[in-house]
Design a protein around this ligand. Sequence first.
Ligand code: AMP
Ligand code: MG
Length: 471
Amino acid sequence: MALRFDNTYSNLPAAFFTALRPVPVASPSLIKFNDSLAQILGVSADDFVDIAATFSGNSLPKGASPLAQLYAGHQFGHWTPQLGDGRAILLGEIIGVDGKRRDLQLKGSGPTPYSRSADGRAWLGPVLREYLVSEAMYALGIPTTRALAAVKTSEPVYRETGALPGAILTRVASSHLRVGTFQIFAARGDVANLKRLTEYAISRHYPEVDGPLGLLCAVCQEQAKLIAQWMAVGFIHGVMNTDNCTISGETIDYGPCAFMDVYHPDTVYSSIDHFGRYAYSNQPKVILWNLAQFGSALIQQFENPKTEVEKANEIISEMTQQIKNEQNRLFMRKIGITDGDAKDIQLVTQLLEMMTESKVDFTNTFVDLTDGTEVKSFADPTAFAQWSEAWKLRLKKQANPTKVMQAANPYYIPRNHRIEEVIVAALQDDFQPFKRLLRVLGRPFEHHPEDTDLRAPPKPHEVVSATFCGT
Ligand code: AMP
Ligand code: MG
């Protein structure tokens, strides 16, 4: 069967995009095809005569309507009036066997009118990184874009460090609509297209809601749940600009992101986040800021601006509590408690405080508590013993606490040093470490003894303290 396209974005007004084809590459070869995702999309690898040609953009699948989307955004708080797909091409939309509509996008597919001075390409490292981390997020049950394929282009890409092998990722998303898509029309005072976009976003993502305020409310709710989920697995996005903030509520753009090894609320990995704007514990505040920009971008179409602006403010302010509630709920589950109260939240807070002080591994501390492994890494063993006693007493009133914890605490996260290892091997044309890590990250809640090495935190010489954006 072929990919069944059903394109709606390309039917929007011309101001939304530039129609253009991917720029062909010399000699593409397939690194990986995601068979289980393909199944959801209703295709299999055998359906493609030349799979590398299809997922490099060299040969356009029938029904595709390739284009680069236009958007703007606040980058690190600074307004950039025009961004857009500078190195991505939307091939079109597919309706999966589950009835869901998804975008199929090539990333690294050559320059577009929105590339500014950059080359429109991606190198192998960020492509493998996005493949691994997005698929890991999916397996963790966190809304995310996914990876359908990774292809090597056989063309070099030039970066600061010199020539690197080029690659292209096929990204699958509920849509690529972002806060920045709304911002560009708002900034231009293009109310007609702003309304058109609002209607489009509602019909595509939240058909049950009414008008711009209904949309704002729905996006706030989805993003609140998403950020709480990030917090619960120690994920730091690293570049939460408004152009990387989706309307669907999916995580997008795995650039300088990272999963924390050692727990500390102020953790920053991104090499470009000099002031810690997107630090781990700032993420709930940043999403509020981003959605306030979304609210502002919607205003020009309000029919009763005074009352609607007030209502929009209310919706956004309520998010703080929504995120907190959701975060509390998820963290209580991490210590085995469902339906907890203020005292249980205090147990979580105390644990996190001890974890901060003791600089322990975030993921493994929760796994050890789950498995009943003796935790020896706390700086103040007496304080931990006291906490542990209170916690165990509390769990006596909880049904199946171990089950609750097992479902909340993954064994495997895509640790930075493992991703780096994968990339180093891939540069030597060895993709076995990539495939192995991908396989293990696909079932993060199941421990297999032969994969114990992938659970280990980095040794001092393996620590990756800075991550780089995907360019
Ligand atoms: P990101 O930080 O990946 O969200 O990208 C921000 C903006 O820079 C987007 O408009 C991208 O399309 C653009 N961009 C990033 N890398 C490249 C590249 N290598 N070539 C062209 N545009 C790029
Ligand atoms: Mg982006």
